[in-house]
Design a protein around this ligand. Structure first.
Ligand SMILES: Nc1ncnc2c1ncn2[C@@H]1O[C@H](COP(=O)(O)OP(=O)(O)OP(=O)(O)O)[C@@H](O)[C@H]1O
Ligand SMILES: [Mg+2]
Length: 242
C-alpha cells in the first residue's frame, strides 16, 4: 500500500500541533521519524489511524491514491493500516487471547482456524521471547513495559497489515529486547513487503534495521530528511540545528 501524507495540518483543541507534513511511504520501505519531545510525532501517527480527537484542518491522507481522511479507525484497519501505540492501554477483564482473536476476526474477516491461530501465537511469542502464559492474562494489565510493546508486535504479526506505524517500539525495552523486536519487525517487513513508519528517539534500534529514509520532525514540521547518515548527525549534535 502506498501511503501519502499531503500538507497535513492537525489541531488538538484548536491548537495546531502538526503544521504541514508531507510524507510518502511505499511498499517495503522503512521510514523513520525522529525529533524532540512534543514535536507532533504521535499526533501524526494517531491522525493516520483516525483518532477521533484530532482535527485535520488542511491537507489529506491517501492510501493507494484514495483519501482516507474521513474514514473511521476500523475502516482504516480493514484497509491494512496498523498503529502500535506509544503507551498501550491496560484493560482488566479483557483476556489477551480473546482480544487478539476478536481483532483478527474484525480486521482480516478470515474464519478462525483455532489450531493455526494458536500455533501462530506460540511461535511468534517464542520469537519475541514473550512468556506464553501471558496469553491467559488480561490485555496489558500488569504487563511490564517491554511485554506491552512485544504484545503490540504480536498483534501486528496476527493482523497482517499492509502498512504499520510503530510509535516508539523500543521505549522501555532492555538491550536484548530491542534487538529481538527490531529483528522480528524487519523480518515481517521484508517477508510481507510492508511499508513501515517507525518513530524513535534512539539510534540503537536502527542498528538492527535498514531504514530507507530518516525524517526529523520539529515543532510540527519535517525540518530535515536524509538517509541513515542523519542518525549519526543527530546523535552527535542533537536537534538544536535541525
Ligand atoms: N489531547 C491533547 N490535548 C492537548 N494537547 C495535546 C493533546 N495531545 C497532544 N497534545 C500536545 O501536542 C503536542 C505534540 O504531542 P505529541 O504526543 O504528538 O508529541 P511527540 O512528538 O510524540 O512527543 P514524544 O517524543 O514525547 O512522544 C504536545 O505539546 C502535546 O502536549
Ligand atoms: Mg510521542
Amino acid at each position: 500500500m502506498k501511503l501519502e501524507i499531503k500538507d497535513l495540518h492537525i489541531s488538538i483543541n484548536e491548537k495546531e500541533v502538526v503544521k504541514g507534513v508531507n510524507l510518502t511511504v511505499k511498499d517495503g520501505e522503512l521510514h523513520v521519524i525522529m525529533g524532540p519531545n512534543g514535536s507532533g510525532k504521535t499526533t501524526l501517527a494517531k491522525a493516520i489511524m483516525g483518532h477521533p480527537q484530532l482535527k485535520i484542518t488542511a491537507g489529506d491522507i491517501l492510501a493507494d491514491g484514495k483519501s482516507i481522511k474521513d474514514m473511521k479507525v476500523d475502516e482504516r484497519a480493514k484497509l491494512g493500516i496498523f498503529l502500535q501505540f506509544q503507551n498501550p492501554v491496560e484493560i482488566e477483564g479483557l483476556g489477551l487471547l480473546n482480544f487478539l482473536n476478536s481483532a483478527r476476526g474484525a480486521v482480516t474477516n478470515e474464519a478462525l482456524n483455532y489450531k493455526e491461530f494458536m500455533n501462530d501465537i506460540k511461535t511468534t511469542s517464542k520469537d519475541l521471547s514473550l512468556k506464553e502464559e501471558i496469553i491467559g492474562r488480561s490485555l496489558n494489565h500488569g504487563f511490564s513495559g517491554g511485554e506491552k510493546k512485544k504484545v503490540e508486535i504480536l498483534q501486528m504479526h496476527l493482523l497482517k497489515p499492509k502498512i504499520a506505524i510503530l510509535d516508539e517500539p523500543d521505549s522501555g525495552l532492555d538491550i536484548d529486547a530491542v534487538r529481538v523486536v527490531a529483528n522480528n519487525v524487519e523480518k515481517m517487513r521484508k517477508e510481507r513487503k510492508m511499508g513501515m513508519l517507525v518513530i524513535t528517539h534512539y539510534s540503537r534500534i536502527l542498528e538492527y534495521m535498514e531504514p530507507n529514509f530518516i525524517h526529523v520532525m520539529k515543532d510540527g514540521k519535517i525540518v530535515k530528511e536524509g538517509g541513515k547518515e542523519l542518525i549519526h548527525e543527530i546523535e552527535k549534535s542533537g536537534y538544536a540545528n535541525a
